[in-house]
Design a protein around this ligand. Structure first.
Ligand code: ZN
Length: 127
């Protein structure tokens, strides 16, 4: 299955740099895991997914940047609903395999302090 979004998007790089600065090491886009998750901390059995708010349909109530497509709405609705279903199924498979999964949304990467707090809560302190 092809992914639509490109690798190495700006929000993903922001999260990667922060996780790295916190002292954690990880693998990227590990092929043998469902959905080729963005950031894999194998030793901690944790995964951080960085989701674009449009492509992965962040709940509009919670999100300052998610928007509805203006044209071709039928096409987009189906496409985006497919992304969301695939995200849910991948996360379920990962959790069933014993991984802890954190989803970070694009809009959250715009607030470094909050992002850091979320990552710290999920990953704990590295020592
Ligand atoms: Zn968002």
């Amino acid at each position: 299955m092809r992914r639509i979004r490109s690798k190495d998007t700006a929000p993903e790089i922001i999260v990667r740099r922060l996780v790295f600065a916190m002292g954690f090491r990880y693998r990227l886009h590990q092929r043998d895991l469902p959905g080729r998750p963005d950031i894999v901390l194998a030793r901690h059995r944790k995964i951080v997914l960085v989701h674009g708010c449009f492509w992965h349909q962040h709940a509009r109530k919670a999100c300052p940047i998610a928007r509805a497509p203006k044209s071709n709405q039928g096409y987009w609705r189906a496409k985006l609903a497919g992304n969301v279903a695939r995200d849910e199924s991948n996360a379920r498979l990962l959790r069933a395999a014993g991984w802890k999964v954190l989803t970070v949304w694009e809009c959250e990467t715009r607030s470094p302090a909050r992002l850091f707090a979320r990552l710290t809560r999920f990953l704990g302190r590295h020592n």
